[in-house]
Design a binder for this molecule. Sequence first.
Ligand SMILES: Cc1cc2nc3c(=O)[nH]c(=O)nc-3n(C[C@H](O)[C@H](O)[C@H](O)COP(=O)(O)OP(=O)(O)OC[C@H]3O[C@@H](n4cnc5c(N)ncnc54)[C@H](O)[C@@H]3O)c2cc1C
Length: 392
Amino acid sequence: MVLGFLLARAGVEIVVFEKHADFLRDFRGDTIHPSTLELMHELGLLDKFLQRPHQELRQVSAQIDDFSVTVADFSHLPTHCKFVALMPQWDFLNFIAEQGKLYQTFHLQMVSEVTDLVEENGRIVGVRAKTPQGELEVRADLTVGADGRRSVVREKAGLEVIDRGAPIDVLWMRISRRASDPDQTLGRFRAGRILVTLNRGDYWQCACVIPKGAFEEIQQKGLPAFRENLAGVVPFLRDRLAELGSWNDIKLLSVAVDHLRGWSRAGLLCIGDAAHAMSPIGGVGINLAIQDAVAAANILAGPLLRGTVTDDVLKRVQKRREFPTRMIQRLQVFAQQRLIRPSLGIAAPVTRLPLPLQLLQHFPVLRRIPARVIGMGFRPEHVHTPDTRKRS
Ligand SMILES: Cc1cc2nc3c(=O)[nH]c(=O)nc-3n(C[C@H](O)[C@H](O)[C@H](O)COP(=O)(O)OP(=O)(O)OC[C@H]3O[C@@H](n4cnc5c(N)ncnc54)[C@H](O)[C@@H]3O)c2cc1C
């Protein structure tokens, strides 16, 4: 959506296909990081964007048994917004779609599922999509797969996927929030269980981290036992855990970390999770996908307008974005394998914090480092594409 908006804004004719009728899907990950908010500022949209309901997360903290730890502090970032905005992804996508529709070159096809690629002489020249009006074939100078970690586009294009492995899954749920509750968004580690509680105003968005594939076993032990586990981690939620009335209230999201060896082939490019599925750790996946979109628009707008999108131009997108993506994935894999997975199921309480966390507690200035990595990532992008409406 972001790439479509930026290209349409620069005067390129684009069609975005979305298979669903709306963007209303829960537990999609709702973090809009300072780097993305900075892009909104560069586009002149920040004030309008922040009028949408959101919460502001200025620090990342954790409760590890009896230790309270602040891991990241965004207040010193060199950006206009020194916080992560928590906003439902559908609000974000609707906002971008509304901005896109201001341009005649922007076409959004909802309820249109891409099912196949059109290939001629080894080159991708378009897509086939299932729409309410029947099958549609659209031809294009460039096809971009931005269809997430189960990308049909990358599969049909035969692009090689390298799996980095993920030893965890996440169970998402929503539990009501009361005025008397603490207001802090926290990662909570207690007696071998991990629960992240995101303050969403009138409810808590909760993410329970479990070992990969363990959901079936958890279900077999029964819902009361699961609720009791949650209450053990966050005692103040105990009196309302009955809101989790059936397993339908708990959504399993299988975590994957992977990347394509090559993000493109003639006539086709993949970006976002389609090029590199991200773990939820750090909540950076949306922002990396947006950074890819900005880099792709910067590199491709000119060649698309001139009709000169060569294989080399497409490779420049991967060259630009591969390093920042791989660095974040390395950190996520490290955190998953060395910190999170080992601490799952260890019932003995933590009596001493690991050294890096001790350092973060004793030297608050160090919290700026994780804040920079999470909030801005490596090699933050800036919008270089023109706004044709402003020019005309
Ligand atoms: C459990 C979990 C929690 C996460 N939490 C966070 C978080 O808090 N913050 C964060 O930044 N990241 C989070 N992530 C990662 C984040 O969700 C992704 O990295 C990010 O959404 C990738 O964006 P994308 O646009 O590439 O793909 P997606 O967001 O997956 O978007 C792909 C879009 O394409 C559509 N689509 C798919 N197939 C087709 C098709 N064939 N035809 C037409 N349309 C199609 C889909 O409906 C969807 O709208 C989380 C991931 C997981 C697994």
